[in-house]
Write a protein that binds this ligand. Sequence first.
Ligand code: CTP
Length: 412
Amino acid sequence: MTIPLSTARILLVIGGGIAAYKALELIRRLRERGAAVQVVMTASAQAFITPLSAATLSGQPVRHELFSLTDEALIGHIELSRSADLVVVAPATANLLARMACGLADDLATTLLLATDKRVLVAPAMNVRMWLHPATRRNVERLEADGVAFVGPGEGPMACGEFGPGRMAEPAAIVDAIESALAKPGDSAVNPRGPLEGRRVIVTSGPTYEPIDPVRFIGNRSSGRQGHAIAQAAAGAGATVILVTGPVSLPDPPGMTVVHVESAREMQAAVAAAMPADAFIAVAAVADWRVDHVETEKIKKGGGGPRMLRLVENPDILAEVSKQTMLRPAVVIGFAAETEHVVDNANAKLHRKGCDLIIANSVAEGTTTFGGESNEVQVISAEGVESWPSMTKAAVAGRVIARLAAELAKRP
Ligand code: CTP
């Protein structure tokens, strides 16, 4: 049953972070759209904004004490936790997420979050290192498994002077997420997590490094951005994701298992170990060749004329997965990086490797596919060729995952 925002009752928990000021803007936008907003503030939130500002904007007294006799007499905290259509936590600090993940109930905010039988949407905001810390990763994973929905955080310059993921989503994006949470059926605390819920997806990303000797390798310019974005979109759609990545300088995306490898053969073994899966998406720029004999000592220059490296072909991970008879994932998607005849070469690859879809892009000189933020792709399948306009790698990822969900839905 969809609840329109114009009649929705939102319980907004404001945590203590510099982003708390954006929660005031969120209240304003929600009220403009007709929603009723009951605000609860943690003690530390009050160090950033005053209850008076929140009460003025929401038109309702702000609650912040667990054991307030006057507040409890008006509406008890258990009733408060159930009287809303949706509970929104914005900003959710690392500390608040940790307390939620552990099921603590040591103040009014966490008690409400533990007592509620309603859906919970969280907008995290914290320093990038805190967001990337394994403890926070664990807490996010646990909360996602509990059915808590997330919006953001975004990437950008932070109040602390650092740069990266951790900025709270903008109020407009939180309002969109609130509307989509209100549009999902059911009112239990466990959210339907998206079109890939219950699906297992393996994604390869980044380059591979093929060793020559202990200090040298053959590699390529893949940044891993597209593969990581796809893994993140799949996790966002509710899939259990195993990301097998070559060496990249990107942080591990949250909410998934990340396996780090160096060479093509290590990637092949990690993919085999992660099977079976419902879908395999090969985004990695796997080196086609490796050095036949890897020297155990550093090769010294000089003498004996030009140095020759004997190369042997690496296993083709995508073709191997596609051609499996017993464990073939229902949908196998490959990427094709081409410098010329993009569609013809990608079409040939689709057949040669036996996959269901090939996402082809040009990496010719003058394009910024490798390492850049955007991508212009053509999608090749048995049904023909689709050209997608140039868009960010995150947007390509979103469309690839929507397409994957549609393909999986077609199969029994
Ligand atoms: N791929 C793979 N294992 C390999 C080589 C490629 O899994 N050893 C996958 C890539 O992840 C990608 C697709 O195959 O999804 C196509 O990769 P690409 O490098 O474009 O193709 P190649 O197999 O190298 O073919 P060609 O040399 O003809 O370009």
